[in-house]
Design a protein. Structure first.
Lengths: 312, 248
């Protein structure tokens, strides 16, 4: 039987929904699912993981070095416990992408990035070339399978079951001192989280100026939507980097995605392929975004966005 | 301070990828290849460190076939001092790439290794972290700002929650994100100058690196294509359509 370890992502005492998505992938692989939660000692997050559907045990590893998720400090702790498992999974977020390859190297194992679909316990589909091709890959020896899970492909499992027991282990191995956390500069807005939101509206270079992002935000607030952006809008300094949608930004799968003033470069489209309905507002009828949009409106966003805010 | 920069030769980012109908991969015949965009940023950063008097020497390395010499010449034209090709015609996966880079690090003793955060062909996003793990060095991935101060580096990273700053001791591995810098354009005289810079070719077999476990690609398929839907004529019509579909 497969024994699958899912590494939890969490911050400020809250389990990230990316963890429940990785658990969904683990359930598709099939086997006994354990969630590893690395903390400094408070059991709150472990308790959240213990309630996730399909999880049979939670291993909480406590160490003072876990105040922040630093790959160089967490990989050695996970190395200690990985041995008994057939699979180790983590979300394909910046957290998982940073950590998993380091762990894989310590285990001298190859790794699968970004599982979209499970064919069997060792065979997976994953995107390459910014999602313009899908490869079916197989870990074809009998060693440990290490992988990250594409959030947009896996709806999170629910948190309903009676919590399973949490086993607390203090990890007393010496952790390196060569990597130190200094600061996190993140916008803690009231809007829904881009990666979890059911509706997202993004703005691109077509907005023309930082202050025009208010037009996008007004529609977002009417819809209860999260705000996203193209790389051009982020590079122009109009919005922070964590709003970028695309190959090198966030890959999202909302029910509704509205792109305003975004041309639809392949790198941007790579981030929205799994969206339910794509709406494009662009004044250029030949913009490539219209080739993938379910509903297109060729018009000036400076007129459309205020009108939408008015009517919605 | 010596800086080692990895440059991978990949299908140009502007290419429309065609999946071969027999599922054996993507069409690469007659397709333009360039330096991986993230590696261009890594090279630029290394050169800026040299221009700022912080780096003494920039060595560009690539693993792959003979054509990677072109990619290395581009790095030399940008301003790298010397180049090293580890020659192989085999597919090199991240774990193996990391082992090869580790071998070169042991030979060259750089204080900083700059790589791209991901290669835009395999989109693996693994090699820098694996290299750092194998070396036991600090890693600072997805960097958008790098400041060297003596034996430490302050690195700002683009993470899902925003911008994270780490302080790491050197030597370290840093992987570049898009906003680290804007790479310079190569001018004709630089291309001429690059021709005279040293480019060494080493056969992979001569490095005596044991083969690593690898992952087999069984097939490559085209992703499901989204189809263009309808066009509406006005904001009113858009709202009506969204309501009709129960999206608002
Ligand atoms: C390796 C790599 C990775 C990348 N990763 C990403 C990524 O993750 N995400 C991403 O988004 N990009 C990414 N890019 C960049 C991408 O190639 C494009 O450059 C970028 O997406 C363009 O942003 P844009 O659509 O906002 O701007 P443009 O392409 O300039 O488009 C602006 C659009 O606005 C329209 N417009 C202008 N004025 C108006 C108006 N008044 N009303 C309505 N429409 C208007 C124009 O017709 C145009 O179509 C990446 C590039 C590379 C090389
Ligand atoms: N064959 C290679 N030659 C040189 N550098 C490489 C090679 N493969 C990977 N790299 C480096 O590792 C980074 C990440 O690659 P990957 O892990 O494949 O996404 C690239 O941006 C390069 O800097």
């Amino acid at each position: 039987m497969n024994k699958i370890l899912v590494i939890a992502e969490h911050a400020n005492g809250v389990l990230n929904s990316s963890t429940a998505r990785a658990v969904a992938c683990a359930a598709a692989i099939g086997g006994e699912i354990t969630v590893a939660v690395l903390t400094t000692g408070s059991c709150d997050v472990a308790a959240q993981a213990a309630g996730l559907e399909g999880v049979v045990s939670v291993a909480e590893l406590t160490n003072p070095g876990n105040a922040q998720a630093l790959a160089a400090l967490q990989a050695p702790q996970l190395l200690e416990i990985s041995a008994g498992y057939t699979h180790v999974l983590a979300p394909n977020s910046t957290f998982g992408k940073d950590l998993m390859p380091r762990l894989a190297a310590l285990l001298d194992r190859p790794m699968v990035t970004d599982i979209m679909a499970v064919q069997d316990a060792r065979t997976f589909d994953r995107p390459v070339y910014a999602g313009n091709a899908i490869t079916t890959v197989q870990v074809d020896d009998d060693g440990l399978v290490l992988a990250t899970v594409r959030g947009a492909s896996w709806p999170p499992v629910v948190q309903t079951q009676a919590p399973v027991t949490v086993e607390c282990q203090t990890s007393d191995i010496d952790l390196p001192a060569h990597t130190r956390f200094v600061a996190l500069d993140g916008e803690q807005g009231d809007r829904p989280d881009l990666q979890a939101a059911e509706k997202v509206i993004s703005g691109g270079r077509g907005l023309g100026a930082a202050e025009h992002f208010a037009l996008v935000e007004a529609v977002a607030d009417k819809l209860g939507a999260a705000v996203g952006a193209s790389r051009a809008a982020v590079d122009s300094g109009w919005v922070p980097n964590d709003l970028q949608v695309g190959q090198t930004g966030k890959i999202i799968a909302p029910d509704l995605y509205i792109a305003a003033g975004i041309s639809g470069a392949i790198q941007h489209l790579a981030g929205i392929k799994d969206a339910g309905t794509i709406v494009a507002i662009n004044k250029d009828p030949d913009a490539p975004i219209f080739e993938v949009a379910d509903i297109g409106l060729v018009a000036d966003l400076h007129e459309v966005l205020p009108a939408l805010t008015e009517m919605l | 301070m010596k800086v080692l920069v990895g440059v991978k030769r990949v299908v140009d980012f502007n290419t429309r990828i065609q999946v071969k109908s027999d599922g054996s991969g993507v069409q690469t015949d007659g397709v333009k290849f360039s330096m991986n965009p993230f590696d261009e940023i890594a090279v630029e950063e290394a050169i800026r460190l040299k221009e700022a008097g912080l780096a003494t020497e920039v060595i560009a390395v690539s693993i792959g076939g003979d054509k990677n010499q072109d990619t290395l010449r581009s790095a030399l034209a940008m301003g790298a001092d010397s180049a090293l090709l580890v020659k192989t015609d085999d597919e090199i996966q991240p774990l193996m790439a990391a082992k090869i880079l580790k071998n070169l690090v042991e030979q060259q003793q750089p204080k900083l290794v700059l790589l791209g955060k991901q290669a835009i062909d395999d989109d693996a996003n693994q090699t820098p972290q694996m290299l750092a793990g194998l070396l036991g060095w600090p890693q600072a991935t997805f960097a958008s700002k790098l400041e060297i101060d003596g034996d430490t580096a302050a690195v700002t990273r683009e993470v899902d929650a925003g911008l994270e700053t780490l302080s790491v001791d050197l030597p370290a591995v840093v992987s570049s994100d898009l906003r680290l810098n804007e790479p310079r354009y190569i001018k004709l005289p630089d291309i001429m100058k690059a021709k005279r810079k040293p480019l060494e070719v080493i056969d992979l077999a001569d490095l005596n690196i044991a083969a690593s476990a690898s992952i087999a690609t069984l097939k490559t398929s085209a992703p499901p294509q989204r189809q263009a839907g309808i066009k509406v004529e006005s904001s009113e019509a858009l709202v009506a359509e969204l309501k009709a579909r129960n999206l608002v």
